[in-house]
Design a protein around this ligand. Sequence first.
Ligand SMILES: [Zn+2]
Length: 336
Amino acid sequence: MAKRSGRKRSSSASAQKKIISLIAGLLVIAAVVIFGGAELGGFGGSTPLAPLITDEHAFSMHVIDIGQGDAILLSKDGTYALVDAGETMSPSAREARSAIFAYLDSLGVKKLEFLLLTHQDYDHIGSAKDILATYDVGVVYDNGVEHTSATYENLLQYISDKKICYTIVREGDQITSPWNGVTIEILSPPQDLIMAGSSPDINENSIVLDVTYKTVSFILTGDAGKKAEAYILSAGKTVDAEILKAGHHGSSTASTDAFLKAVSPNVIVMSLGAGNDYGHPHFETLTRFAKYTDHIYRTDLDGDVVVTTDGSAYSVVTRNEHVKENMLVSGNGVRV
Ligand SMILES: [Zn+2]
């Protein structure tokens, strides 16, 4: 059963919402909503957000607000890794690039244990080369799909020139976790890839990850859509997770009912830009999300979103004030 308490608004104009969900056993969920007087940041804030969970070994997923794209920092014990390094074309690529760098700098990141690129689209790899040039990166993980964009080819050339460790991973392959107690499992793409006609589908072959710290699991999906979700379910993988980084920026091409039912997330986070050209998040997708949870977060409204867990409890902190009523308004302005 669920119990909720402590829901009140602080008098601070720059109130920041923090949610902590405490899981005790399998069925009892207590959620406490606390408003604090945190500073409001702009696009890609430069002040670290303080997690509500202060366990010294806590694991965090930072969904950085870079506009339309993905850049997700994983951290534990002062050690970091990055999933995607996107860069938007609008409002401007430079702004998005600055957002990632400002965020990493704010945490004092010097080294990334790995940079995992979910797939080859610009909004996921646009800053990857600059990340490699700026930080000491242990290994680059990629799905190895052949792609001929200049950005991707330049990136591969740079990796080769600088002799950076580069590993292709697909379902069944192992990623060594840099963190004690954290496991990383690759759920997709399949070894023989998902095809669109005679060539591999770029979005559907996104690397999908299950990152688990003790009893709390995160699913990260890149831009994987319905075909990838169907593959993952057909492979019989356990995808039950507390936190879902929703596929493809809240597009209706992803997040099927069957997949959401299997994941049964308590927290859903979307990474997308305000006023994007695609109408993300799509109305149909938000309608499906609303059936599974009311803890929905999106970077276009919340700014940076940080989910932190000590392995049993987890909390969500947002850069901007989290206005729950606005989460279910689609990119076209239609409210669920
Ligand atoms: Zn994308």
